[in-house]
Write a protein that binds this ligand. Structure first.
Ligand code: CAA
Length: 282
């Protein structure tokens, strides 16, 4: 494993590119938008500056890591040399299927194709490729440079050898991999999203205010962020779409997104990224 291609230069994509480059891998970051690629490099530099100020990286480490990241606006070019491709595009099934077809066509035969999807079926993604046994979920948590977990999701056909390779690679990034099977929401979001939805219901039903709900969970359960602040951080549109995957996948009404969440997404209140969610951001 030497050459890693990361598809999508958003929050997760730039975080994933950051950690691979930090730990010595050559990274090609792929996005159709040149502007998104430039923004991602700036974001990685800023986040590496935090690590420099904490003594995690030296200025030289940072410069070398940044030097290991190449940019590309084309999947065909960006994956042509890859040992591993990590897809971190928008959480949209049709888009991911299209991207995976494209990656499969252009990546070397030996390449492992991973998705950072937070809830879409790995088996479904694998089914549009010619190498389903080499397709796997590699689900990083935001902020990627800080959070230790990689949820490793085995699709129906994923082999033991591919799973072991991804385990070893995650450990090389100083992360802790956990193996889970391919069911809606996997483990992380199957547990996290009902908690967030319940917090939104508590607000919707007038049980308590935003700050009160978050304070209960922060001080009562030692969560670093309250569930409403965390929902803003993840993105309310992302929370809604993951709940829909759980709802569709299990057919159980307990996963239906709270009407308040649906209304907020419809109104464009998507959390930190849109400037307003349960809190306001300047
Ligand atoms: N890159 C590098 N370092 C970063 C960083 C980044 N993007 N963001 C924060 N940090 C570092 C800071 O420099 C700081 O370092 P020290 O501890 O060494 O001082 C540390 O992380 C903590 O940051 P801050 O002091 O700025 O702020 P904080 O103490 O409030 O912590 C937080 C911020 C780490 C985000 C913390 O609030 C937290 O852990 N929140 C919960 C995050 C979480 O649950 N993530 C999972 C979301 S779900 C998901 O991602 C998957 C999904 O499918 C939806």
């Amino acid at each position: 494993m030497k050459n890693i291609s990361v598809i999508g230069a958003g929050t997760m994509g730039n975080g994933i590119a950051h950690v691979f480059a930090q730990f010595g891998f050559d990274v090609t970051l792929v996005d159709i938008s040149a502007e998104a690629l430039d923004r991602a490099i700036q974001r990685i530099e800023k986040n590496m500056d935090r690590q420099v100020s904490k003594g995690i990286l030296s200025e030289e480490d940072k410069a070398q890591a940044i030097g290991r990241i190449a940019k590309s606006q084309s999947i065909a070019e960006g994956v042509s040399n890859a040992d591993l491709v990590v897809e971190a595009a928008t959480e949209n099934l049709d888009l991911k299927l299209k991207i995976f077809k494209d990656i499969d066509l252009n990546a070397p035969d030996h390449a492992i194709l991973a998705s950072n999807t937070s809830s879409i079926s790995i088996t479904k993604i694998a089914s549009v490729t010619t190498r389903p046994e080499q397709v796997i979920g590699m689900h990083f948590m935001n902020p990627v440079p800080v959070m230790k977990l990689v949820e490793v999701i085995r699709g129906y056909a994923t082999t033991d050898a591919v799973t072991e390779t991804i385990f070893k690679l995650s450990k090389d990034l100083k992360k802790v991999p956990v193996e889970v099977n391919d069911y809606p929401g996997f483990v992380a979001n199957r547990i996290l999203m009902p908690m967030i939805n319940e917090a939104i219901y508590s607000l919707y039903e007038g049980v308590a205010g935003v700050e009160e709900i978050d304070t209960v969970m922060k001080l009562g359960m030692a969560h670093p962020m309250g569930p409403l602040q965390l929902a803003d951080f993840i993105g309310l549109d992302v929370c809604k779409s993951i709940l829909e995957v759980l709802h569709d996948g299990f057919g159980n009404p307990k996963y239906a997104p709270c009407p308040l969440l649906v209304n907020m997404v419809t109104a464009g209140k998507l959390g930190a990224k849109s400037g307003e969610g349960f809190y306001k951001y300047t």
